[in-house]
Design a protein around this ligand. Structure first.
Ligand SMILES: *Cc1c(COP(=O)(O)O)cnc(C)c1O
Length: 376
């Protein structure tokens, strides 16, 4: 059975040629030495197995993931040599020796992880390479102003070798916000007291902001995947992903017909309803009903009758009889309805919508030379 051909569930189209272009745009724009790519959460739902080797082939040698499971998977996908994998959640209770054995670099989450590394140098005859979170205002991970002094201890340097100092912005989508400028100032002030290492505070939005944000190392996710994270900067990034779901049935129903569970919608006149194979089990937020629309033949059709686990209804009365047929594809997001627009309708962020839907859809990859045609 060739499930790739099945029109019974959502398909995500991922244009790897566009992703490569977005990488080139980021690489051109960033003035620091290294662009690291963030491929946490299965590359934001696009599939780390395809995305990471592509970026490696384009010259990327620094990869950031959330946790050790992702890191081990990634290690198996990339050539060992000269590729660094940073684990944003830190040691997470795993022995530092295990990180070292796989060449993984934990981003230390706070003082408790320093304790785990005490004596590492004398035991192994060398310091453990680590990155270190500095909590300059997000209040999430890292050393704070009150325990920063623990990193000043020169005895530490026999146990750990700090490779990268990492800080993350609370208001990343507004790098000009006074809170962000304050975080940047704090980062710079703290670094003056710490051993020299790469400095990393830039993410997608600040790559395209004032170059004062560009330190040594950028950690970039969203921009590669075509997701705009900054409100005020026009980013020359292109859309990478489109999500489609098939029409399963078309029915003409009279006025006063209940559509969906518990009579969530009742027709007020003769209405044509298309049933679509996509629901919350595919990552669609239930908040898309009743405000959202999907696109058929480039035209919007309102969602009616709520979002079920694997199906939803569209009012297609505005289409000509017979124009919409089972097996046709509705665009959930893509060319006609940008991801960000649908996410805004649902009241969530574009990344939240991308990660959930990408994780659950059947993913189809297109390179510029694959000759694969889009569905609609
Ligand atoms: C997710 C994440 C990033 C990537 O941010 P984008 O806005 O997607 O580029 C960078 N750093 C940290 C710590 C993150 O959690």
């Amino acid at each position: 059975m060739n499930t790739l051909l099945a029109h019974d569930r959502p398909h995500m189209h991922i244009d790897l040629g566009v992703l490569a272009n977005n990488w080139r745009t980021v690489r051109r724009t960033f003035r620091g030495q290294r662009v690291g790519v963030v491929v946490k959460n299965d590359a934001y739902g696009l599939g780390i197995s395809q995305v990471a080797p592509l970026l490696w082939n384009l010259g990327c040698r620094d990869f950031w993931v959330s946790h050790s499971t992702e890191a081990l998977k990634l290690r198996g996908l990339l050539p060992e040599h000269s590729t660094r994998i940073m684990v944003l959640h830190g040691l997470g209770g795993i022995a530092p020796e295990d990180f070292a054995a796989h060449g993984l670099i934990p981003v230390l989450a706070g003082p408790h992880e320093l304790h785990q590394l005490q004596g590492y140098g004398s035991k192994h005859g060398q310091a453990m390479p680590v990155a270190i979170h500095l909590d300059t205002g997000l209040t999430r991970l890292g050393f704070t102003g009150t325990n920063l002094h623990l990193l000043h201890d020169s005895r530490l340097q026999t146990d750990i070798k700090a490779m990268i100092w990492v800080s993350h912005l609370g208001r990343f989508s507004h790098p000009d916000a006074p809170e962000c400028l304050h975080q940047r100032h704090t980062f710079a002030a703290w670094l003056q007291q710490l051993p020299p290492a790469e400095r990393s505070i830039t993410t997608s939005s600040s790559v395209f902001a004032n170059p004062a944000w560009h330190c040594d190392h950028a950690r970039v996710g969203s921009a590669l995947f075509g997701v705009q994270t900054a409100a005020q900067y026009q980013q020359p990034l292109q859309n990478v992903t489109s999500l489609y779901a098939p029409v399963m049935r078309v029915a003409d129903v009279p006025a006063y017909t209940e559509v969906g569970y518990a009579g969530q919608y009742r027709t007020s006149q003769n209405t044509r309803i298309a049933t679509i194979a996509a629901g919350y089990g595919d990552g669609l937020p239930i908040s898309l009903a009743p405000r959202g629309v999907l696109y058929l033949k480039g035209r919007p059709a309102p969602i009616v009758g709520g979002i079920a686990m694997g199906m939803l209804g569209l009012d297609i009365s505005a289409f000509a009889p017979g124009e919409i047929q089972p097996g046709m594809w509705a665009e959930i997001y893509g060319l006609h309805q940008p991801l960000a627009q649908l996410a805004a309708t649902a009241g969530i962020t574009p990344n939240a919508l991308l990660a959930c839907t990408g994780a659950l859809a059947l993913r189809r990859y297109m390179s510029p030379h694959s000759g694969q045609e889009p569905l609609v």
